[in-house]
Design a binder for this molecule. Structure first.
Ligand code: FUL
Length: 514
């Protein structure tokens, strides 16, 4: 009995010592309040996908047109060796998280047997009219563990009712047929192009109902259009996003009534809605496959990556299947090379590697939320932090050490009144890099509007290597190649207290010349 009592005492003592070790001397401050409009959980999940694959496929694949007339005979669509599992394998090898298919492009031809149309795979000779590309791809995505999305063009050059109010009903039922049978979908892509229909008329689209019904049938789908509501067009098809903010869409619609392309590219500084930019661009000159065209080089793809994912946008890269119904070998090889290039750069975060290698390495910030919580403002025992991260995260919720690695939901935050601050990385050995990755914790909004990066040279002088504006979900700053033991990120202006969750340093040996 005595022994038992003694053991219980020992246990309690151990527990209280363990707790004290990590208990902060003061209560952690309240988390920062969200600033401005913030993303929904689905938008955060969408943005974290970073790279998805677009597939333009349909009659144009066989005619060489970019915009089909809508009068093409259905038999034109006749892939000889369609294999959606191959598309998914290509997507996965490249690191795409989702695939979006043009289920109906402007020519109106439906890649599934849409009961609202007489211009579909059902009317074609392919598989004796029994084929269904939407079904094959949605199943291949499920099997392969990638997400599935659908592009359906509202503009329809085949539908007899196009240009009349009746067409909106046909379109709603068309959406319904796709959304009911092939979900779940992570993104619904509405093209803003609105040309003439077969009767020479333009359509007045009922966007409100298109969006409402999509939300009802596919509640987790992020809706793309020129003006969202889930995500927006980036304003060009070259793969370049601006230094971007949220967007104002009051009174706006996709198509002719959308904000200017420049506005879509950079957003509105005081925009009322969280509608991030999606950068859609093709790996080839055209959106549809053509025998005479070839994929872009790895260098070009890397540039696109930096100008999209590296600028707070999501990259939707179009990789068109050919007339066999397969992604050509040259595109799939190029994507493997692209992936290898990305891995050679981003699989080696010098910050995380220095911390993991148990090298003496420190991180220090000019301010940390709840500033009397000094013990974590400057931290030089990073290996100990990495070993016992969970406990540290509980006790020191806003310390700068949370900037290390890709633990998404932990972050460095400053006091509410502090909108200018720096954070410094100190290495034991000189580090050579030319890419600096920063991330804001967007579930709490986008805040930073001006920052610069400094390094300490061998004489102990600080030198600015980059001056920039916004960060958002992810910012990859391209710098000259530098070697240093100390790097400082200085936030010069933020619209509310600073909330960052990542600093990474990388070396790109492929695209060194900027
Ligand atoms: C545009 C369309 O007109 C192109 O054909 C392509 O589908 C591109 C993604 O969107 O608006």
């Amino acid at each position: 009995m005595k022994r038992c009592y003694f053991l219980v005492c020992l246990l309690l003592l151990g527990l209280s010592v363990g707790a004290q070790k990590y208990a902060p001397k003061v209560k952690p401050a309240d988390p920062p309040k969200p600033y401005g409009p913030v993303p929904t959980a689905a938008q955060v999940a969408w943005q974290r996908m970073e790279m998805n694959m677009f597939c333009h496929f349909g009659p144009n694949t066989f005619t060489g047109l970019e915009w089909g007339e809508g009068t093409e005979a259905e038999d034109i669509f006749n892939p000889t060796a369609l294999d959606c599992n191959q598309w998914v394998t290509v997507a996965k090898n490249a690191g795409f998280q989702g695939v979006i298919l043009t289920a109906k492009h402007h020519d109106g031809f439906c890649l599934w047997p849409n009961p609202m149309s007489a211009h579909t795979v059902r009317e074609s000779a392919w598989c004796n009219g029994k084929g269904d590309v939407l079904k094959e791809l949605s199943e291949a995505c499920k099997k392969g563990g990638v997400k599935f999305g659908i592009y359906i063009s509202p503009w329809d050059r085949n539908a007899p009712t196009y240009g009349t109010p009746e067409y909106n009903k046909v379109f709603l039922k068309t959406l319904q047929s796709a959304h009911r049978h092939y979900g779940p979908i992570f993104e619904q892509w509405f093209d803003g192009a609105n040309g003439e229909g077969p009767n020479g008329k333009k359509q007045v689209y009922d966007w409100k109902r298109f969006n409402a019904q999509t939300k009802r049938l596919q509640p987790n789908a992020v809706i793309f259009s020129d003006v969202g509501p889930g995500c927006r067009w980036v304003g060009n098809e070259e793969g370049t996003c601006g230094r971007t903010w949220r967007l104002d869409v009051e009174g706006r619609e996709p198509g002719a009534n959308a904000p200017s392309q420049d506005t879509l590219n950079a957003g509105n500084y005081n925009g009322a809605c969280w509608i991030p930019a999606e950068t859609d661009v093709s790996i080839r000159p055209g959106w549809f496959w053509r025998d005479s065209e070839h994929p872009k080089s790895v260098q070009e793809l890397l540039k696109i990556y930096y100008n999209s994912v590296g600028r707070n946008s999501l990259l939707l890269l179009n990789v068109p299947p050919d007339s066999r119904g397969l992604i050509p070998a040259e595109d799939s090889l190029r994507l493997v090379e692209f992936r290898a290039a990305l891995d050679s750069i981003f699989a080696h975060d010098l910050v995380t590697e220095a911390a993991d290698a148990k090298r003496f390495f420190g991180i220090c910030a000019s301010n940390v939320r709840n500033s009397d919580h000094e013990s974590c403002r400057c931290w030089d025992n990073i290996p100990a932090y990495m070993r016992d991260r969970e406990n540290h995260c509980r006790s020191f919720r806003y310390c700068p050490a949370h900037l290390i690695g890709d633990n998404y939901d932990t972050y460095w935050a400053t006091d509410d009144t502090v909108t200018t601050a720096w954070v410094e990385l100190q290495f034991y050995e000189p580090q050579t890099f030319n890419r600096v990755m920063l991330q804001e914790y967007i579930p709490l909004g986008q805040r930073v509007e001006k920052f610069h990066i400094e390094i300490e040279d061998e004489n102990g002088n600080w030198r600015t290597i980059a001056e920039e504006t916004t960060i958002g979900y992810k910012r990859i700053v391209l710098t000259e190649t530098v070697t240093t033991k100390k790097v400082r990120v200085v936030i010069d202006q933020s619209r509310a207290c600073i909330v960052l969750n990542r600093i990474g340093l990388f070396m790109d040996n492929i695209l060194e010349d900027l």
